[in-house]
Design a protein around this ligand. Structure first.
Ligand SMILES: [Zn+2]
Length: 300
């Protein structure tokens, strides 16, 4: 496999990105196109855009070389039906994207959840590359997660290992879109924190603005941000007590808040069941690129 090239596709709600890695893992080519949106044939548009981008990128690898293909998707592939499920790009739901791409290309394609791609990329070549057992969490508009052990994704019986965002932690909390009440996502996602501010103070501002005002000493933003830190400490403390990973790496927009890695980590130590918690809680290194690198590394 040492001569194998790797092609990765990161399929997102707004853009589709491709990467081609040479056998040493160096990026030879990267390209982005917009994700086709709207209309009754949105799925066909997305599928064709992914197909064309794969074809174009494959052309750049030597014709005689082996090349794996991995696609990261904003959802999962159902283990029984092999169709896409739980996708926030809803036109993908129920569609046989893997089978369709394999038919068009005449070769195998591996599809994987984007949070798993994120975790794998940071475990293989990012912030957590020195660690064997890695929990990756994406705190952005939503809250996703994945687990890697020895640079391999742990999938789980239902292919949902690491998906901790919809664990209901607060029966008195707010309703989540998933049907549960007080999910971790309602507490730790950027959207969840902004919604908490709006409910209390009747003003719609982003988490970024809440953090800016918190740093300036504003009392309302401090109250909301303190609550966020407490929730982060409880949820991540519980996660460490349950899984005890070698490292946790955080991605998504919320990972840009520096206080998460200082004050947030202090709260984790406060709430974890065990004393002397030393788990490294790391900011991602690959940023926006983690999805496409992870997709390249899932190919077999
Ligand atoms: Zn939920």
């Amino acid at each position: 496999m040492t001569d194998t090239y790797r092609l990765g596709i990161d399929l997102g709600g707004t853009k589709i990105e491709s990467i081609l890695l040479d056998p040493r893992g160096n990026a030879m080519h990267r390209e982005r196109v917009s994700t086709p949106r709207g209309g009754d044939d949105e799925y066909e548009g997305i599928r064709n855009a992914v197909f064309q981008l794969i074809l174009k990128t494959l052309d750049l690898a030597p014709a005689t070389a082996a090349c794996t293909i991995g696609v990261g998707i904003p959802g999962m592939v159902h283990p029984e039906t092999h169709r896409v499920s739980n996708a926030n790009t809803t036109s993908l739901i129920g569609k046989p994207l893997k089978a369709d791409l394999e038919k068009l290309l005449g070769r195998p394609v591996v599809l994987e959840n984007d949070a798993n791609c994120f975790t794998l990329s940071e475990a293989v070549g990012g912030a957590a590359k020195e660690y064997d057992f890695v929990f990756g969490m994406i705190l952005g508009t939503g809250c996703g997660g994945g687990i890697c052990h020895n640079r391999k994704i742990i999938k789980g019986r239902h292919r949902i290992a690491g998906e901790w965002g919809h664990f209901p932690v607060d029966p008195l909390g707010v309703n989540c879109w998933c049907g549960n009440t007080g999910c971790i996502e309602t507490k730790l996602s950027g959207t969840g924190v902004a919604n908490a501010y709006e409910r209390l103070f009747h003003e719609k501002i982003t988490l970024e603005e809440i953090v800016r005002r918190y740093r300036a000493g504003d009392a309302k933003s401090t109250a909301i941000f303190e609550q966020f830190l407490e929730d982060f400490g409880r949820c991540v403390g519980g996660l460490i007590s349950t899984m005890d990973p070698d490292a946790i790496v955080i991605g998504g927009g919320v990972s840009n808040i520096d206080e998460l890695f200082t004050l947030g980590v202090e709260r984790v130590e406060k709430y974890a069941f065990h004393d002397h918690i030393t788990t490294p809680i790391l900011k991602n290194q690959l940023g926006d690129s983690s999805g496409v690198y992870g997709a390249a590394w899932i190919g077999v």
